[in-house]
Design a protein around this ligand. Sequence first.
Ligand code: ASP
Ligand code: MG
Length: 448
Amino acid sequence: MIVLKFGGTSVKDANALRQVFNIIGSNKEEKIVVLSACSGITDSLIILLNYAWQNQSNAMESTLEKIANHHNQVLQDLLAGRNYYEEAKHSISKLIDELNKFIEGIYFLKETTPRALDKVMSFGELLSTTIFHYYCLSQGLQSVWLDARKFMKTDSNFNSANVDFELSKTGITKYLEQEEFGKVKLAITQGFIGSDLSGRTTTLGRGGSDYSAAIIGNLTNATEIQIWTDVNGILTADPRIANNTKTIEIMEFNEVRQLAYFGAKVLHPNTLLPAIEKGIPIKVLNTFNPTNQGTTIVNYIENPKPKPHSIINIKCIRIDFPLYSYDNFTEKATEILSTISKYDFKVYYSVILPEGLSVWMDKECGYINNFTNACGKYFYELTDQVILLGITGIEFDLRISNKINELLTSYQSNILYQSPKRNLIIIESYDNENIELLNKINDWITHE
Ligand code: ASP
Ligand code: MG
């Protein structure tokens, strides 16, 4: 059994949903398909709720109309004149009516709650999955529609609820049996939403559909989880700064963690944990280019060979605190670090040596949170325009670091750190040469 999750852009309109249908129709394995709301709809629903409690009736009505029109249009484009059109239209109208009634209630109350927000946001996923379910039926593909609130059991922490895995496991097992999933082999359900122990609608936090997919994979012991987006998996470098990026074929979960930490726009690593913990591989694929092999994320690569996978550019400031006048430089350094940690600075890297403490921190947040105020009582030197280049991969050995050193000749940049886990090398670089160097290293990575 595999779990396939399609994000907002993958289900944004009729054409996108046809793509999704082609993808799921092309293999015969048992599948649970998890969908997001059509892109932009969750945001519109939040806006709708805000207009309602703020008593802005015109804006409220036009926003609701926009949401209704969007789904009616998709429905029309996909199903008009086909089997199941009437049933689908009826279900969509029922959902829109229910949303309308709920919103009117908020309008009269003139107030809202986190619980109301979850209820309102849930319509995005309920609408997209309902349309897609009927589309599958009209194409002769049998599917069962699962209301995720019937099995994804959470606490009552509205807007970012915590999942009860045990209850959810019992829930989904029973539900699949009852719906005869074993015969139909295709289930369609919502990402992002669940319900608390009293049956009230909850959500798992914005962007929570990936998390839903990983949880469902965990609960059903899926053999694979596919996350379908609108890019060719995870790339060797940011295509906005690198010229010849390639899709990373396979990488370890820890690399995703590192990339996310250094600010890359990759899947949120914590959302993948339920799958990773069970050793279920996660594939990141492109709905609009389904033949691209995408990226497979695994806990550990089997029989690993040394290989660099990606390079990331991190804009920093470096702060050097001289410590040679202190007898106990470690104690002083720890004190400074603890002062820094009280503020909202993002520290990428730091090193404590008898001569001093050096800290590389995020440039933007260093300035926004005013570093001078935080550390004014210490003597330090601040260097602007420092760039860290982080290279991730596996089993880095002498050949890899020699190669990097070779690429660094004729540049001012130097290797700053090599992780003892052999999956990360950090280079300290500078504003005038980092892009050129990043491209050189990326070219090497793509040819390794
Ligand atoms: N629709 C939800 C959101 O936009 C969940 C998701 O797309 O992952 O946050
Ligand atoms: Mg999303």
